[in-house]
Design a binder for this molecule. Sequence first.
Ligand SMILES: CC(C)(COP(=O)(O)OP(=O)(O)OC[C@H]1O[C@@H](n2cnc3c(N)ncnc32)[C@H](O)[C@@H]1OP(=O)(O)O)[C@@H](O)C(=O)NCCC(=O)NCCS
Length: 324
Amino acid sequence: MIPIAITGTGSFIPQRVITNDDLSKIVDTSDEWISTRTGIKERHIVAGETTSDMATAAAAQALATAGIKPEEVDLVVVATVTPDRFTPTVSCLVQKKLGLVKATCLDLWAGCSGFIFSLMTAHRLLASGSYQKALVIGAESLTKLTNWADRNTCVLFGDGAGAVAIESGDTNGILNHITGSDGSRGDVLVIEGVAINNPAFQSTEPAHHIIMDGGEVFKFAVNAMNESIRQVLNGTGFGLEEIDYFIPHQANDRIIELVAHKMKLPREKFYTNLHKYGNTSAASIPIALDEMNNKGMLKKGMKLITVGFGGGLTWGANLLQWVV
Ligand SMILES: CC(C)(COP(=O)(O)OP(=O)(O)OC[C@H]1O[C@@H](n2cnc3c(N)ncnc32)[C@H](O)[C@@H]1OP(=O)(O)O)[C@@H](O)C(=O)NCCC(=O)NCCS
């Protein structure tokens, strides 16, 4: 297979902030409850920006840091469950906004695991020689689907976008993937689709809100992350101790703590920024990667595992080596 690596990162966070104290004026909650149960202190929410606006800004940065010109990009994969429209897709909107004239564009729905699935998809397409330079983007405005009267969910989510540029080169920087799905357990995290409304049948328009059994998702998440980390190393020759950083989906600090504890891994190796952004779904991992990159935390040769879980249910991990 052709060696492929991440060569650029980018992110976009909307300016508008909602703190835990702000939320306590909307629902019966408190900073103390949200901080201790989740680790989240504040989240950024869209105030006019669309998912594709955020994706475009993150992608532009990823291209700039990689030194790739828009006309060189031949594949765009956007992970999102909150597109601006059903069509055109977010990836096609990014193409238009950035002038990615020769790119093939597709959106991928895999809940909060979307970035992991998208990186795997883009990587396989590049490694087989079908394409040479790709943008992989996670972009979400989940707060447009949030029920602001439901304290069980409205405290958890935030908006944003993250992106990576990947391309062929001399060193292999994308070493392995593992992904999984279990549709039989999907009812624990639901966002309704559009109701049938045609001459043959009319049903009631459902509320397009996030409906979640938090406790069930919590248990699933700890197990899925633990298993995904172990499985993505299988057959690679790398051991857990050789991983410099784990970049987990940023849903809840307690989930991440428990994964580290159960795997007997140092908590400091798990990067978290959820206190600032909450759960930004498919955007959380690429936002974290970009933040780490900007802080100079990612050094050439480092081994990283991105790991996550989400609605569907879905889960997965990518094993990466930093090459730039
Ligand atoms: C949602 C979550 C934070 C709830 O934490 P928890 O410790 O499991 O809390 P519980 O659901 O047991 O609720 C405990 C109590 O707090 C209450 N509560 C829930 N949300 C609250 C809030 N925002 N403020 C105050 N109290 C709240 C509940 O009503 C419950 O009260 P009760 O005991 O009187 O019924 C946690 O389960 C979680 O993070 N799950 C995973 C969710 C997730 O990651 N989703 C995204 C998947 S990609």
